[in-house]
Design a protein around this ligand. Structure first.
Ligand code: FES
Length: 132
């Protein structure tokens, strides 16, 4: 399936402010799924599990870092700011992925971090590539 085309009804993704999320891993076939934007309940990990994408996880509570993913915006509207949860800041700092200076700068610039925890991040109205 070409990048940017998900299974189902493509037009629905625009009518209901849905985002296309493509999960990618060299060991698996890419999978693109829909996410309802701003649902405030659908984390990336929940979406991955629903669509049988084998993203690693353990605690599901922002503590262990096993679900760390790298994000890239592939949306023509441009990048959106995503706030990091306090748990993500702590874990990503501990994994040497995101120093405090960078966390501070992202907040000032309202820019997203390329590293996130899939169990903490909620979908937004932005098409993204998720490397896991
Ligand atoms: S599963 Fe442990 S931090 Fe996400």
């Amino acid at each position: 399936m070409p990048f940017g085309q998900a299974e189902g009804h493509f037009e629905d993704s625009r009518r209901y402010a849905m985002a296309l999320i493509t999960f990618s891993n060299p060991a698996h076939k890419d999978k693109t799924v829909y996410a309802v934007a701003c649902s405030h309940t659908d984390t990336l990990l929940k979406l991955a599990k629903e669509h049988k994408v084998p993203v690693h996880f353990d605690c599901q509570d922002g503590k262990c870092g096993h679900c760390m993913v790298r994000l890239t915006s592939v949306d023509t509207k441009g990048r959106m700011g995503y706030y990091l949860t306090e748990e993500e800041k702590t874990v990503l700092r501990g994994l040497d992925k995101l120093p405090q200076e960078e966390i501070d700068q992202l907040a000032v610039d309202d820019m997203p971090s390329e590293w996130r925890l899939a169990c903490q991040m909620m979908g937004r109205d932005e098409d993204i590539l998720v490397e896991y």
